[in-house]
Design a protein around this ligand. Structure first.
Ligand code: ADP
Length: 190
């Protein structure tokens, strides 16, 4: 089983690369951002709860995120593995994920971290905001908050996987297919 954590700041291209990886390796996509947006769209209690955090660019509390991921893993059968996209975003989430997987005799194969300079990120998110309809993509202050949250709370997750010798960094600027080829090379070495 291949279980990959795709890591990087907002706007790094995780969604784009995930789509290509899913097609190639037949993996199950587990994007916590997408799951929250689906809950929002369906007007569930979980969606209501998540909205106030998401709209401001802050993190949804760990217990809420972990419960949702647990459900998704439990409800997925016969998978070749998962791409975790936008999760784990805190060290507490990373620890919880290791425990969840252990219970199911699964483990993380590796983390792939997309490296993109801050100025490029801001520009990409601004551009995406013109078509995505995402409230958190359309406001300079919210974009700033998300990048700051990433620096403060999410970067330590890369250190966590580095400690397990599972971290590989990939340069995330350039042609989408070139970046994809570099990611595949890493995955094929697992
Ligand atoms: P991006 O990475 O482009 O900011 P996402 O779609 O991954 O976008 O996430 C959007 C928002 O959803 C985040 O700003 C946060 O409020 C919430 N969110 C998503 N994943 C998590 C997570 N693992 N932990 C806490 N909050 C999350």
């Amino acid at each position: 089983m291949l279980n990959i954590v795709l890591f990087g700041p907002p706007g790094a291209g995780k969604g784009t690369q995930s789509e290509k990886l899913i097609a190639k390796y037949k993996l199950t996509h587990l994007s916590t951002g997408d799951l929250f947006r689906a809950h929002l769209g369906q007007g569930t209690d979980l969606g209501q709860l998540a909205r106030k955090y998401m709209d401001e660019g802050r993190l949804v509390p760990d217990e809420v995120v972990i419960g949702m991921v647990d459900d998704k893993i439990k409800n997925t059968q016969d998978s070749n593995g998962f791409i975790f996209d936008g999760f784990p975003r805190t060290v507490a989430q990373a620890r919880a994920l290791d425990l969840l997987l252990e219970e199911k005799n699964m483990s993380i194969s590796g983390m792939i971290a997309l490296d993109v300079p801050e100025e490029v990120l801001k520009e990409r998110i601004r551009e995406r905001g013109e078509t995505s309809g995402r409230v958190d993509d359309q406001d300079e202050e919210k974009i700033k908050t998300r990048i700051q949250v990433y620096l403060d709370e999410t970067i330590p997750v890369a250190t966590y996987y580095k400690g397990q010798e599972k971290l590989t960094k990939i340069h995330g600027v350039g042609a989408i297919d070139e970046i994809f080829a570099n990611i595949c090379e890493v995955i094929d070495s697992y």
